[in-house]
Design a protein around this ligand. Structure first.
Ligand code: ATP
Ligand code: MG
Length: 389
């Protein structure tokens, strides 16, 4: 007979305490457990994760069972499609805004749970790889002085199993802090106070472009984005210096097209979700920047190529009988992290093949082939002459 995990967990968990700390009535927590929007995750440490937001609690919030602790989810950052009047409207109650670089890697929260670190990914999973990296890149010093805080940042570099990027000139993987929040309430620290604290502990922050008067920020951000030129820098995040308002994000056309290029290689897995919002962003940016015919034509060409070329490559590859896969890599000290990470990807439902670890110095490099089944199958069926339905 199948074990009823949720009733076992309910017995171990002080629901009254969770209800108080998260400010949600007890019946909503037990309801979420029954509906599995509050899901049990068995490894690498037992926790419950909010799959979706529940009243004021962000999706990706995790409740650790033993020892009991809560790590709040990272809030969704809204996007503006026009810098003016988007920034002015959203930040109308501020005098100035702080602009930081939006780095393109994966979101990680690092917190101290009991006496060891936990590296959490966006969905509220504790990721064994992120945890091993956090031990090395972040360490415990910060948390021994500030056990109630969590560091939120971007894990960036080529040795990333989720979003591998190599254009930043990072050798393996590095962690850039963009937020410090209270672990249980999610309350953020003002921007400059946070940056000073990060520096005090010898950690890295995302790049700061400056603090600008709200009425002029759209001009400054336009210059920053145009200044990225043809590099793949993703964009910026515009913030209330006190962090009382939600930040706003804005991205470059180059990174937009790079995302499409990636998504359309695996078109039946990602294409649809990526397509529509990115086409809209390109159109609004072109209008706001009042482009001449030549720039507009270049933009159209860039957008079209970033959709069709990867897809054509995929179809040809499949026609030659090759599988549609993406190879990522991880670099670890502990062989046990490889096993745990394999289990972690299985929990996430990712179809992946791990190659034999290669010992380089004191670390193991492991190549992981992710298989995009939906794109493989769809391409096969169309090439066999089946009809698109
Ligand atoms: P969401 O829209 O839910 O925030 P998403 O997956 O669509 O998530 P992105 O478009 O990548 O996310 O934008 C938000 C993410 O940007 C954040 O979750 C964070 O990981 C990342 N990020 C990178 N640099 C910064 C920064 N300087 N400040 C805040 N977030 C940043
Ligand atoms: Mg991102």
């Amino acid at each position: 007979m199948r074990r009823d995990v949720s009733s076992e967990i309910i017995n171990k968990l002080d629901i009254g305490k969770v209800s108080k700390l998260l400010d949600i009535p007890e019946y909503r927590i037990t309801g979420a457990l029954q509906r599995k929007t509050l899901q049990f995750v068995p490894s690498p440490r037992e926790l419950l994760r909010f799959d979706k937001p529940l009243s004021n609690v962000e999706g990706g919030t995790a409740i650790f069972i033993e020892p009991f602790d809560i790590v709040r989810g990272f809030p969704k950052i809204p996007r503006t499609l026009v810098l003016y009047p988007g920034i002015r409207n959203h930040f109308s109650s501020c005098e100035s805004v702080t602009v930081e670089e939006k780095m393109n890697g994966y979101n990680a929260r690092v917190a101290l749970i009991g006496d060891s670190l936990a590296g959490m990914t966006r969905g509220g999973f504790m990721c064994p790889y992120t945890t091993e990296k956090a031990e090395k890149l972040v360490g415990k010093d910060f948390f021994l002085d500030h056990p109630d805080l969590m560091l939120c940042g971007e894990m960036v570099g080529p040795d990333s199993p989720y979003v591998p990027k190599s254009f930043y000139d990072i050798e393996s993987l590095d962690f850039f802090v963009f937020d410090i929040r209270e672990k249980v309430t999610g309350k953020p620290m003002p921007v400059m106070e946070r940056r000073a604290l990060v520096e005090e502990y010898g950690l890295k922050s995302v790049r700061l472009f400056g603090e600008y008067c709200v009425d002029e920020a759209h001009i400054e951000v336009t210059n920053i984005i145009k200044g990225f030129g043809s590099t793949l820098h993703e964009g910026v995040v515009i913030k209330d210096p006190q962090m009382q308002l939600l930040p706003v994000k804005y991205t470059s056309s180059m990174s937009n097209c790079a995302d499409l290029n990636y998504a359309f290689e695996f078109y039946n897995d990602y294409g649809r979700d990526f397509f529509f919002p990115r086409v809209c962003r390109e159109a609004f940016q072109s209008v706001e920047w009042d482009e001449d015919e030549e720039s507009r034509r270049k933009r159209c060409q860039r957008l079209g190529e970033s959709i069709l070329l990867p897809m054509i490559k995929t179809i040809k590859k499949r026609q030659r009988g090759e599988r549609i896969t993406e190879t990522v890599q991880i670099r670890v000290r502990e062989p046990k992290t490889i096993k745990e990470f394999e289990e972690h990807l299985r929990l996430l439902g990712v179809d992946a093949v791990f190659e034999k670890p290669e010992l380089i110095g004191d670390e193991y490099l492991v190549k992981i082939r992710k298989i995009f089944k939906s794109t493989n199958d769809k391409t096969d069926s169309i090439l066999r002459g089946e009809l698109w339905s």
